[in-house]
Design a protein around this ligand. Structure first.
Ligand SMILES: Cc1cc2nc3c(=O)[nH]c(=O)nc-3n(C[C@H](O)[C@H](O)[C@H](O)COP(=O)(O)OP(=O)(O)OC[C@H]3O[C@@H](n4cnc5c(N)ncnc54)[C@H](O)[C@@H]3O)c2cc1C
Length: 291
């Protein structure tokens, strides 16, 4: 077993070329669980913790796009200043595990594992994020919608690492909500992220844990766009919110498993979507804004 403590992205790429079967290790909160369960053995490891480039973020003032390093831990996402710029991601981060898990775990690891229940992933979908990858033949950018392929399957090639995600910043409400079997330290039974871009005139909704991968509720989104004006404050009635939730739930493909039944999951996503839309409307009414 070889452990490479890389200190730059270039070193990681070189190490991946030399050790193509090596495991990338950021916070280790998924990898170590697998190792402890003895599903994978340890094997060669490329540790990313000392790669400071992966823990940086910045906002391009002109495009208003945030570039967020793959290794930024949840503990930083949930705090100011990042929580003010990306409120839904902060809400999702606060639901991940315990403070210890959030101090180590990262969005890059969430994307690497690509569980349908990963809490960061519906937010990235609702924000139309782009995933940046770097490999031995160069870099490429993949839309989050093309990156997540299925249960624990993504579009990363074996010689690549995820360097960052780009997230367009929007004005308007953003929210994340999750249903689990208890209130804390819980994997989602169902989760939802809603982003209202009040300048661009769109409401975007994504669900986690209710299909093999994250679902964008595009049919419900377009129904809502026909039902009311999405520019500026949202004039949502309880009836519209309920119908939005009902339609969105039809776009999911939940399963029965040890955490929940498919029927409960479908009910839960309808309620989550309805409540998030009502929250978006009341945040507009009280002059609230994501930023
Ligand atoms: C007790 C506990 C509670 C948890 N609760 C939650 C929860 O509530 N919600 C939730 O979503 N998750 C939860 N998790 C899972 C885990 O914390 C998250 O998935 C976290 O985002 C993983 O990040 P990491 O940095 O620790 O990843 P790691 O474990 O280091 O890596 C995970 C995977 O991603 C790959 N990887 C890591 N970084 C990169 C990179 N830059 N490029 C390419 N591949 C990479 C690794 O090779 C590995 O396959 C929990 C885990 C534990 C142990």
């Amino acid at each position: 077993m070889t452990v490479i403590n890389a200190t730059s992205i270039d070193e990681v790429v070189t190490a991946l070329r030399e050790y193509p079967a090596a495991r990338l290790l950021q916070g280790g909160t998924d990898v170590m669980v697998e190792v402890n369960l003895n599903r994978t053995g340890v094997g060669d490891v490329i540790a990313l913790r000392r790669v400071s480039e992966l823990r940086r973020w910045h906002v391009d003032d002109e495009s208003r796009i945030m570039r967020l390093g793959a290794g930024v831990p949840y503990a930083e996402l949930e705090r100011s200043p990042l929580c003010d710029l990306l409120p839904a991601l902060a809400e999702a981060a606060r639901t991940v595990g315990s403070p210890q898990i959030r101090a180590a775990g990262s969005l890059g690891g969430n994307l690497g594992t690509c569980s349908p229940a990963g809490d960061g992933l519906p937010v990235l979908s609702a924000c139309d994020a782009v995933v940046h990858l770097q490999g031995s033949t160069g870099s490429r950018d993949v839309s989050i919608h093309d990156f997540m392929l299925g249960v624990k399957r993504n579009a990363r090639r074996p010689d690549e690492l995820i360097t960052a995600v780009s997230i367009p910043l929007t004005r308007g409400f953003q929210g994340y909500a999750k249903v689990g079997t208890r209130n804390a330290m819980v994997i989602s039974v169902a989760s939802a992220c809603l982003v209202h871009d009040s300048e661009g005139g769109s409401v975007r909704l994504a669900f986690g844990a209710v299909a093999p991968t994250v679902v964008r509720a595009r049919v419900a989104e377009s129904w809502l766009a026909d039902a009311l004006s999405l520019r500026g404050p949202l004039a949502v009635t309880p009836r519209i919110a309920q119908e939005f939730g009902r339609r969105a739930a039809m776009e999911c493909a939940p399963i029965d498993d040890h955490r929940s039944t498919a029927a409960y999951r479908r009910h839960a996503v309808a309620v989550l979507a309805e409540r998030l839309l009502l929250r978006a409307a009341s945040s507009n009414a009280s002059g609230g804004d994501a930023r």
